[in-house]
Design a protein around this ligand. Sequence first.
Ligand code: SD4
Length: 336
Amino acid sequence: MSKDRRDFLKLSALGMGAVGGTVLTSCLNETSTDTCVEDKKRAKGKPVVLSTWNHGIPANEAAWNLLKAGKGSLDAIEAGARVVESDPKVRTVGKGGYPDREGKVTLDACIMAPDSGCGSVAFLQEIENPISVARKVMEETPHVMMVGEGALQFALEQGFEKTNLLTEEAKKDWQDWLRTSEYKPKINIENHDTIGLLAIDAEGNLSGGCTTSGAAWKLHGRVGDSPIIGAGLFLDNEVGAACATGLGEAVVRVAGSAMVVEMMRMGMSPSEACKQVVQRIYDKHRDVKDLQVGFIALDKAGNYGGYSLHPGFNYAICNDSGGNRMEDAKSILTKK
Ligand code: SD4
């Protein structure tokens, strides 16, 4: 890395520290201030981690181990996401993820911290753990989002190594797909889609992450909702956190995760807030036969929930009261 670039990154990161380090303590009005203080008390000392789909179980386990050891929610989120990114059997995240129609695996990820600091990478190739690159973007640069070649260059400068993300199994499926080359996103792909994770630590602080290889067989260069702060992931440490899975184009149209958090701010429970946003997506799309979206949300008090458009979406929840287990989300549509 050139000296100029190194100095720029260092100085800018210092500048960000000053802004990002500000602890958000205010609530909207006097009444909600009381509520926030109350909720903080209840959440303190009671970590929770919540993740999308079945691969949420191993992700939660890694995150939980750190939370129980007293680590912050941001470290827990990164650790949980990395487990799934590095699992070559998962076809929708990281190494082993399905490629685009040109046979290239391109990854999208973002992370968000309790102080509303955030980092994101999109259209990143040949790097196994984009969640960690996203964290570096947040911590080492003045930026929020880096894409493509620039993001890869940054990752290499930060010490990440190039790796082949296209496994033989994923390549074979891609070659089978090439025979028809029909682009039709499948809903609930093999029941293990994008991983979105939300956590609250023993201090009552929220963090979140989202990481994916995106829609299988997408156009080369396509980016979904997952790395977009406000769409695939959003949190406000005074209120709660939310993340999305499913067809990213539909989630982006309604600023999905930000909307879920705002609905919680207005007083809705996590699952009611998720339901409202799924309903909004439903109302805006004429044909929802092949459209799946799902949200999970966690509020400041440690309450959680999820909702999807079609049945089939589930999430992994881990807390002191019930251990690490799967729960089915409710859906707006029912099985025919
Ligand atoms: C995307 N939301 O790229 C991601 C992928 C996903 O179910 O979650 N698919 O649109």
